[in-house]
Unconditional design. Structure first.
Length: 485
């Protein structure tokens, strides 16, 4: 089967969050399955891969219509294991400091940047003669690909048998633009109806995908149900989702167990596994306290956070409570995003340098050390499509403290019985609930046997991609077969 993955980010080339981990991991696992050929398309942002990959020009250039202009796309390529990675180049659109935004906010031409990318993917695949059985698209940035296939490209024989599968990683980000974008994208006004591309007078890239993709997936079973049946989770698209109920599947994300392996993690002082986690984690905790100027004390509970700073993540609730727990807990937060939250975290750290450390920005190495050194990992999200951080934390023996929502609900078990629990969970991201679970954690931490039982449960979990990758491939087959009919 020929699989084309179109995404706006993929680890290790370009990453702002979990989306990149997932697209990168999927490309690799699909390519290792039997009888598959995988091509991954990404935009060529500035510093793709931090210079670690040497990209080769893929020859020639082609033109992409954008409204009544044309823009030039060129391509470069790198072979990444069995995956051929193609980068769509256009310096005006992609050679910028950020991937989606600058300090002042989202780039104003994000509609053009990603309609250009989506169309360049379809033209680029033709250019290299790669006729996919399935195009797997991810989130709004590639949401127009399924729409193009069924409108502008529906009579293109190259794509006559190509199916599209669209994966929702976060329905809160939809790519909503004014109706003028419809013309920039090259669609006709005939398609500007509520059943097709129109969305409250404008165009919504994610909705376009939900209407036109052959099959739709999202990243956990619980989120699949939340976005259909709970309007506060559907962000205005629950109605559209309900039309596609029989084509929507929740497939839980996995983590790359090679990248996230405490036994071989070179960012840690010393590796550890299930048998040796007590010594390994103690060393990682001490090193982290040292590195961040915190009090070196094994009896304090080290609470880690590695996260986008966004309302979604509920960290404002944690921030409110943190001062109450500073006699028992230390907080280490690595994150970037909301400047208000960053300022408040910075101020708390300044007032309590031995108990709170805040590092702003994106730091892969420090993230690894936080997972390794933390006793608990706090993620009181308001919603969480899947969440990778809690799975990484569990693999590293840091017990997650989560809200029962989306993928957090599907991966973290907490029922008051340590032997059946692998973390802690609350129903709502509210101060009262978080306070009481943190209180419970403080008392349980002294009860080593039970604590270690939970750590072992967490570390033993299966977070690999195996089963989920099989589920995707099965769906790809179904989607491809439907196109053959
Ligand atoms: P989301 O995709 O909503 O951001 P996930 O939990 O699915 O959240 O994935 C987050 C991923 O990004 C994890 O791999 C996490 O370690 C990483 N990450 C988030 N923020 C940072 C940061 N500031 N520095 C390094 N890694 C980060």
């Amino acid at each position: 089967m020929k699989i084309l993955i179109a995404a706006s980010e993929a680890f290790p080339f370009c990453k702002t969050g979990g989306l990149a981990d997932v697209t990168g991991a999927l490309a690799q696992v699909f390519s290792r399955a039997e009888d598959t050929e995988v091509v991954l398309f990404l935009p060529r942002y500035r510093n793709v891969g931090g210079g670690a990959f040497s990209l080769k020009a893929a020859g020639g250039s082609f033109l992409i219509p954008v409204g009544n202009r044309v823009e030039t796309a060129t391509m470069s390529r790198v072979q990444w294991g069995k995956v051929a990675v193609y980068f769509i180049e256009n310096p005006k659109y992609f050679d910028r400091p950020g991937m989606y935004r600058a300090a002042g906010g989202d780039y104003e031409d994000n509609d053009e940047r990603f309609l250009f990318f989506s169309r360049a993917v379809l033209e680029g695949a033709k250019f290299i003669g790669f006729k996919p059985d399935v195009i797997h698209c991810h989130d709004w940035q590639t949401g127009l690909v399924p729409a193009y296939l069924r409108t502008l490209y529906r009579i293109d024989s190259f794509y006559a048998k190509t199916a599209s599968v669209f994966t929702i990683h976060n329905i809160a980000y939809q790519g909503m633009f004014p109706k003028e974008t419809l013309l920039k994208a090259g669609f006709s006004w005939l398609d500007f109806t509520p059943e097709r591309l129109e969305f409250y007078g404008g165009i919504n890239f994610m909705k376009s995908a939900l209407v036109f993709a052959d099959l739709i997936t999202t990243v956990s079973p619980t989120y699949a149900s939340e976005i259909q049946y709970r309007p506060e989770f559907g962000h205005g698209l629950d109605g559209v989702m309900k039309h596609r109920t029989s084509d929507l599947f929740g497939i839980l994300n996995g983590i790359d167990e090679e990248i996230w392996d405490p036994a071989t993690d070179t960012f840690l002082e010393r590796g550890y596994e299930l048998k040796s986690f007590q010594r390994g984690k103690a060393a990682a905790k001490k090193a982290l306290q040292n590195e961040l100027g915190l009090e070196e004390n094994k009896d304090l509970i080290l609470a880690g956070v590695v996260s986008r700073l966004d309302h979604q993540k509920g960290l404002d609730v944690l921030l409110k409570l943190a001062p109450e727990f500073l006699d028992k807990l230390q907080f280490v937060v690595l994150g970037s995003g909301d400047p208000g939250l960053a300022d408040a975290l910075g101020a708390l750290a300044l007032q309590n340098p031995k108990r709170v450390a805040f590092r702003s920005g994106f730091d892969e190495a420090l993230a690894h050390r936080i997972y390794g050194g933390s006793d608990i990992f706090v993620m009181p999200s308001r919603f969480e499509p899947c969440g990778l951080s809690q799975m990484i934390a569990m693999r590293y023996g840091a017990l997650p403290v989560v809200t029962r929502t989306g993928g957090l609900k599907d991966t973290v078990y907490y029922n008051g019985e340590p032997k059946d629990s692998n973390g802690f969970a609350i129903d709502n991201p509210e101060a009262g609930e978080l306070r009481s679970v943190l209180g419970h954690i403080v008392s349980l931490f002294g009860w080593r046997e039970n604590w270690n039982l939970m750590v072992r449960n967490a570390m033993r979990g299966d977070y690999a991609w195996g089963k989920s990758a099989e589920a995707y491939l099965k769906l790809f087959n179904i989607a491809a077969q439907r196109r053959q009919l």
